[in-house]
Design a protein around this ligand. Sequence first.
Ligand SMILES: [Fe+2]
Ligand SMILES: [Fe+2]
Length: 132
Amino acid sequence: MVALPKQLEIGIPSIDEEHKALLSQLNGLFVHPGDTPQSAEFSEALSRLTSELLDHFASEERVMRALGISADRLARHIDAHNAVIEQITELSFDLMRRKSLHRDDVIFQVREWIIGHLADHDLELRGFARPA
Ligand SMILES: [Fe+2]
Ligand SMILES: [Fe+2]
């Protein structure tokens, strides 16, 4: 399991754990550099990762509700999750249609879904973490 860099820590343990697990899965995509996005290994790793990411979005939204985050802020964050979900759907259609995709582009996109989203949106939850 990879460590979560300090600058990506939120301070809400359940969310930090899930982010860490997602980063590990992301690293898993780099394991076999020869795999194309269409290979069975790559697409299995990718579908495990995306299903974990969807579960994570749902649990993060539950945590945000429980923390009493304002409706505006919650709606903005859910929109950001939904934008990622749309891209996941698009990517799976492309893969199903056997569209030729470059693995680096796919990994870059997945990285954005996890690390990009974390940096742009999840870090705002820091203010809601209880001091340890
Ligand atoms: Fe999020
Ligand atoms: Fe998150």
